[in-house]
Design a protein around this ligand. Structure first.
Ligand code: AMP
Length: 517
């Protein structure tokens, strides 16, 4: 099937577009541009490239239950899914699909533990059941690498309690979810021998290679390790002790799907072969060639200025070595829609290109799969700095850093503050600074706040740096070739040296004391 799809990519894409337009040309949205016609060329010249904000008024009307069913799609919508809230989304999808029926054959986790909405109880139970059936486990996985790592860290913090449950055959009292409790009553039996064995393994000094010891039949870790997830691979490798990390696919709720045909390639070498029957693709070139570093990671991508160069091209016409922004037209009501991902063509499989994930557009900061843009950060910092104004301080510089050295990761915001005239030597009030941390968190987007609530992201930190730090930072970037006249403080710090400049000048550290609303 794969050979057939990848050989006939152009034909399949044309047919798919023809079907999508044939079905939906009469919708309110497409009528504006196509006047009921379905011609491919007309579609390309008349329908604009859009992002979420452009479609929001239409989506809001659908979400508000407007009676007319053909706003974006000819068929009535059954559900609206919010991208980048994958865990909630997939829980619902699992509940609604036939997932339950195939589950016992595939996973050690019972259905009830997977769909449990309390993430802590869900994680505890899935690890417990995974340990009980340790001899059956051949693959360990979660969609994104950050999730697998979270699981390993959770195990590191909770193995004694897990062992005690296995020894006594009784699940801990704090597991109150009825689904999890019922599943445990079926699976969990007193097994002191197994508990002793696991205790023995876990009480060793170093946890390097622990996964191999705990689950000796594991052949691979199935999880996405590319893109933003690459930052977690070193730590995952530490725990896994040589078990291969396999990034099987690229996928997004907008419908694009790519699969990895070289499952054992290193995360930095992984490419995904796009399936031509999933959505109709177009690609906007962003640069002639991307610059890659010694680890094969793409270092820079710049948008081209000339219109001519940024004409979208079809799936089969992309060029190896070039970076593109992905556009999709789907049977779910998206037409020439910007997914926001930048991809680089590495090769072709038959007539279908293979892409390496390069970067997510407009993401300044992210410690998990959440995406915080420069604009999000600016808005949040602007809100928070109003709290230090009345104390006689002004914010003269800020930058941010996604600290993933501990799990869960957290946002660090560096602030340089200057005393205003009339400050009269007042010191920074720690309580006000904590309030600033909270205000930033409360002003950030929904996904950030949700992830904080679920402890997928730890408390935000403000590090106050002494005066002159941002000048030192500028000197550093200029010494590395940045132009003085065009210098702009980076919104997010990526380089180790720049981070050292900031960290060596810190005069106060403050953390958000509460989870944002
Ligand atoms: P969602 O919108 O929640 O479906 O998340 C999809 C997004 O996750 C994509 O648009 C990418 O930004 C990212 N993503 C998905 N698969 C991969 C992958 N294999 N490598 C890197 N990033 C990925």
């Amino acid at each position: 099937m794969l050979e057939e799809l990848t050989t006939n990519a152009q034909q399949i894409q044309d047919q798919l577009l023809c079907e999508i337009l044939g079905r939906n040309a009469g919708t309110e949205y497409l009528r504006r541009f196509l006047h009921g016609q379905t011609d491919k060329q007309l579609f390309k010249t008349n329908v604009p490239i859009v992002a979420y904000e452009d479609l929001k008024p239409y989506i809001d009307r659908i979400a508000n239950g407007e009676a007319s069913s053909d706003i974006l799609l000819a068929e009535p919508r059954l559900k609206l899914l919010l991208a980048s809230r994958r865990s909630a989304v997939s829980t619902r999808a699992f509940k609604e699909s036939g997932f339950r029926a195939i589950l016992p054959k595939l996973y050690t986790s019972p259905f009830e533990a997977i769909v449990c909405l309390d993430t802590k109880q869900s994680m505890y139970c899935q690890l417990l059941f995974g340990l009980i059936q340790r001899d059956e486990v051949v693959m360990i996985g979660s969609v994104f690498a950050s999730g697998v790592l979270r699981g390993f860290k959770f195990l590191e913090n909770n193995w004694q309690e897990l062992c005690s449950n296995i020894k006594t055959g009784q699940i801990s009292d704090w597991i109150t979810d009825s689904g999890c409790k019922n599943a445990a009553s079926v699976i969990l039996k007193p097994n002191p021998e197994l508990a002793d064995l696991i205790e023995n393994i876990c009480s060793c000094k170093s946890w390097e290679g622990i996964i191999r010891k705990l689950w000796p039949r594991t052949k691979y870790i199935g999880t996405i390790c590319t893109g933003a997830m690459i930052q977690y691979t070193a730590e995952l490798e530490f725990y896994c002790g040589g078990i291969p990390l396999v990034s099987g696919f690229y996928a997004c709720l907008e419908g694009a799907v790519g699969i990895n045909l070289e499952l054992l390639s290193k995360p930095s070498d992984v490419s995904y072969t796009f399936l031509p029957n999933s959505v109709y693709y177009e690609f906007v070139p962003v640069k002639e060639e991307c610059v890659t570093n010694s680890q094969n990671l793409v270092e820079s991508v710049e948008t081209k200025s000339s219109d001519e160069d940024t004409e979208p091209v079809e799936l089969v016409n992309v060029k190896p070595g070039q970076c593109y922004e992905l556009l999709v037209t789907s049977s779910t009501g998206l037409y020439w829609y910007r997914v926001g991902d930048i991809l680089m063509v590495t090769a072709f499989h038959n007539n279908t290109p293979q892409f390496r994930f390069v970067v997510r557009e407009n993401v300044a900061l992210g410690v998990d799969v959440e995406r915080t843009s420069e604009a999000d950060l600016l808005k949040a910092v602007t809100e928070a700095k109003t709290l230090v104004d009345p104390l006689g301080f002004i914010l003269t510089g800020y930058t941010a850093y996604g600290d993933t050295s501990s799990t869960p990761g957290h946002y660090v915001i560096f602030w340089e503050l200057k005393a205003k005239e009339g400050n009269n030597g007042k010191e920074l009030d720690p309580q006000v600074m904590e309030e600033c941390c909270s205000r930033i968190e409360e002003s950030l987007h929904f996904t950030y706040r949700m992830y904080r609530k679920e402890n997928i992201i730890a408390a935000l930190e403000i590090r106050v740096v002494k005066q002159g730090t941002f000048e030192a930072l500028m000197d550093y970037f200029i010494s590395r070739g940045a132009s003085l006249s065009q210098y702009k403080t980076p919104v997010c710090i990526k380089s180790k040296e720049a981070l050292e400049i900031l960290d060596s000048r810190v005069i106060g550290k403050f953390f958000s004391p509460k989870t944002p609303m």
